[in-house]
Design a protein around this ligand. Structure first.
Ligand SMILES: *Cc1c(COP(=O)(O)O)cnc(C)c1O
Length: 426
């Protein structure tokens, strides 16, 4: 017997006892469709908190009132505005405050961190990554390898799912790390794969990399605000993420980066530097020679984009209130309910089609996203779902990605997803 039922009354009962139920009302639900919108793309662009406007208006008002003096006279002085976010994002990713900073955009941060942590020398030149990484990551890794005058055919090693499988086996990653051994410079993969929703064991991968003398870094675009991360304890060397997916911090919003404490003050590490990474006390003396800030702040280039930072702070205050523990508990329950509903619809309609969930069935190997193959259906099914007001995501060649975000999606949303999915079958 399952703990779930595919009925409206069951879904409503679950919502009634959901400890996070009041958080839904802190967000604007999209309303652009003649049908009620059921939003399942918090993995792509998180919804807008109703409080965001207030945080941004505060800074617009400070700018109007003080002009440049807002750097020091604003209620939250812009000179150190990013510091308001540090403790909060540290809690979200399981880091010490020294290890994180909010700055730049994600792909920029990946490049900046790789400048420091992908340092091919002698025979240690190789980089291990996942096959079919997110396109931006593929381009970043490829051009980093070429930047060092190396050959992507031999120095960039992609790990793919085995023939006939959808997921990458962790044992294959670990075996490859061991095999490449002292030729390995860096392992760099997505903590959660954007396409399949597969969560990798970052602790194990990091330990395996360290064992052969390599670094391990992770793109956490689909993990930050979704997975209960422990970056410090796992010993991860570096990581970066964007804030506009599960972190609800405005389209193209600011990114965050993590550098482990053990690398917190190594002025000898290569880096591309800018004035905002320079020691804060002496920054304006403009002495020649670069003396980095301690910790992650030493990777900042530019002064902070305050409007984007304000949007991020609004959202982080909500994460602070909800807490990643409660978010994680609801994530597992809500995603398991979605899985149950999809399986139920698939079983009831097996004469006509079947839905194959390619995301791991084990909840410790995934976050909020389920990726579904709709056998015998194709894009027409997705288009019909969209016509019914469901906002999900289609990825070529034939995957529908659905992510119930624990802060604002309800069990009722998930129930209706199932109803509309069934209605959309050809
Ligand atoms: C969303 C996403 C990006 C986006 O990068 P930007 O620099 O923010 O445009 C990069 N990598 C992964 C894995 C993503 O999921």
């Amino acid at each position: 017997m399952s703990q779930f039922e595919n009925t409206l009354s069951f879904a409503q009962q679950q919502d009634a006892v959901d400890p996070l139920k009041s958080f839904r009302d802190k967000f604007y639900m999209p309303n652009f469709h003649e049908k009620q919108v059921r939003y399942f793309t918090g993995n792509s662009l998180g919804l807008q908190p109703k409080s965001t406007k207030e945080y941004i208006v505060e800074e617009l008002d400070a700018w109007a009132k003080y002009g440049v003096e807002g750097h020091f006279l604003a209620k939250k002085p812009w000179f150190s505005y990013h510091e308001n976010l540090t403790n909060k994002i540290a809690k979200v990713v399981g880091a010490q405050p020294l290890e994180v900073v909010v700055t730049h955009s994600l792909t920029t941060n990946i490049h900046l961190l790789m400048v420091s942590f992908y340092q091919p020398k002698g025979k240690r030149t190789k980089l291990i990554c996942e096959a079919k990484a997110f396109p931006s990551d593929q381009y970043a890794l490829e051009t980093q390898v070429k930047f060092h005058g190396l050959n992507i055919e031999t120095d960039l090693i992609e790990i793919a799912p085995r023939e006939g499988e959808h997921l990458i086996r962790e044992e294959d990653i670990l075996a490859k790390i061991e095999e490449v051994g002292d030729e390995l410079a860096l392992v760099m993969i997505g903590g959660v794969n954007y396409y399949t929703g597969q969560l990798f064991d970052m602790k194990k991968i990091t330990e395996a990399a360290h064992k052969v003398g390599a670094y391990a870094g992770f793109d956490l675009a689909h993990a930050a605000g979704n997975i209960n991360l422990q970056l410090h304890d796992w010993g991860v060397d570096f990581a970066a993420w964007c804030s506009y997916k599960y972190l609800n911090s405005s389209p193209g919003g600011v990114s965050g980066l993590f550098v482990h404490e053990r690398h917190s003050y190594k002025p000898e590490l290569p880096r591309f530097a800018g004035w905002w990474g320079y020691d804060k006390e002496t920054r304006f003396l403009m002495n020649p020679g670069f003396n980095p800030m301690k910790g992650a702040e030493g990777w900042q280039l530019s002064n902070a984009p305050i409007i984007g930072m304000a949007a991020h702070l609004a959202s982080l205050d909500i994460f602070d209130e909800a807490g990643m523990d409660r978010i994680g508990t609801k994530r597992d329950l809500l995603t398991a309910y979605l899985e149950f509903v999809i399986d139920d619809i698939s079983e009831k309609n097996k004469e006509r089609c079947s839905f194959e969930i390619i995301t791991p069935r084990d909840k410790t190997k995934r976050g909020a996203q389920l990726s579904i193959l709709a056998h015998g259906q194709g894009k027409a099914l997705f288009d019909a779902l969209s016509d019914e007001g469901v906002v999900a995501d289609w990825r070529e060649p034939n995957v529908i990605r659905v992510a119930p975000a624990p802060l604002y999606n309800s069990f009722e949303d998930v129930y209706y997803f199932g109803q509309l999915l069934e209605k959309s079958i050809k």
